[in-house]
Design a protein around this ligand. Sequence first.
Ligand SMILES: Nc1ccn([C@@H]2O[C@H](COP(=O)(O)OP(=O)(O)OP(=O)(O)O)[C@@H](O)[C@H]2O)c(=O)n1
Ligand SMILES: C[C@](O)(CO)[C@H](O)COP(=O)(O)O
Length: 376
Amino acid sequence: MTTAAVIVAAGRGSRAGGDRPKQWQMLAGQPVLAHTIAAFRGRVDRLVVVIHPDDRAAAQAIAGDALLVEGGATRAESVRNALEALAGSGLRHVLIHDGARPAVPGAVIARVLAALEASAGAAPALPVTDALWRGDGGLVRGTQDRAGLWRAQTPQGFRFEAILAAHRAHPGGAADDVEVARAAGLDVAIVDGDEANLKVTFPGDFARAEAMMKDRNMDVRLGNGYDVHAFTEGDHVWLCGVKVAHDRALLGHSDADVGMHALTDAIYGALAEGDIGRHFPPSDPQWKGAESHIFLRHAAGLMRARGYELGNCDVTLVCERPKIGPHAAAMQAALAAIMGVDAGRVGVKATTSERLGFTGREEGIAALATACLVRA
Ligand SMILES: Nc1ccn([C@@H]2O[C@H](COP(=O)(O)OP(=O)(O)OP(=O)(O)O)[C@@H](O)[C@H]2O)c(=O)n1
Ligand SMILES: C[C@](O)(CO)[C@H](O)COP(=O)(O)O
């Protein structure tokens, strides 16, 4: 395991108003916190959500496999509780994010992760663009030079052991984890933040966050993939990540998983990134006999690096035999795990070609796939 995300959501949201804490109010049909958790799925190896003890039942309903940890009286205490819960698990990096920032773009998370390769800490921020005043009693009393001033956002990322030690040594009262890290002498790189990554703080922020999400959901990309592999002698085939016993095998440079290849090409297609052959040339001997999850994992990684997430995908296998129905659920689960998405976003089905053509004559298997990518 290398990277975890800690999502702090134990506050009471007193400034946001409403009949429940802001992270439990609805936004685009789901609790604020459900959007925040979804933004990190598939991007980190482990998720921790820090909750208030009163919210355990609500949190269990949306947390999936995330670890739930109880928070403290301040944000810093909540973060510390999560870091202590992760201590000793061999983590390299940790991203610490406000549960109240539900519209964090995937590209911001990717920028923080990339910057951590060269720095002990990295955090997104936006430069201050408005003039700054000091005011008192309703009057402007002075001005403040804005040069070099930034508006801090999250996720703030750190080498795990370094930020754990920094929190243990800090006296408390820090506004964020960058302050804690700097107090311990760590360098923190600034990466580009995003206006969409606003923190829901006041009542009007719910509508702003929802508008940001709607704009983003309009950026939809479709890709299709098609692949064929011929039968040869053997006793099993690999289809959509599942080994299926059969009286033939599929012939190919890799493991010839025709369904996974079609899906991988559909994702590359949606990104205008060519096909598997461009990224893993068949002329390169290192890919001989390669397991196809390497290709699909790469396509899913590229999708996230470009700031997209999988809306859904659908694979159709065309063959007379083997029968796919009994394996379809396992295939959905295998593809979903490789791409880091819920199985409900992955369709796998099959058809025969009514004994017509090369699939009908059982000379090989064909596969078609469609992938829908949405701006993360
Ligand atoms: N004891 C606390 C306080 C805050 N937070 C979390 O830290 C994030 C940023 O804090 P803020 O926006 O100040 O949230 P609240 O403390 O809930 O809001 P308010 O100050 O308006 O009460 C939020 O996701 C909040 O849930 C936390 O986990 N534990
Ligand atoms: C961590 C933070 O989101 C950085 O902008 C912020 O400091 C926490 O929120 P608060 O409103 O300052 O409590």
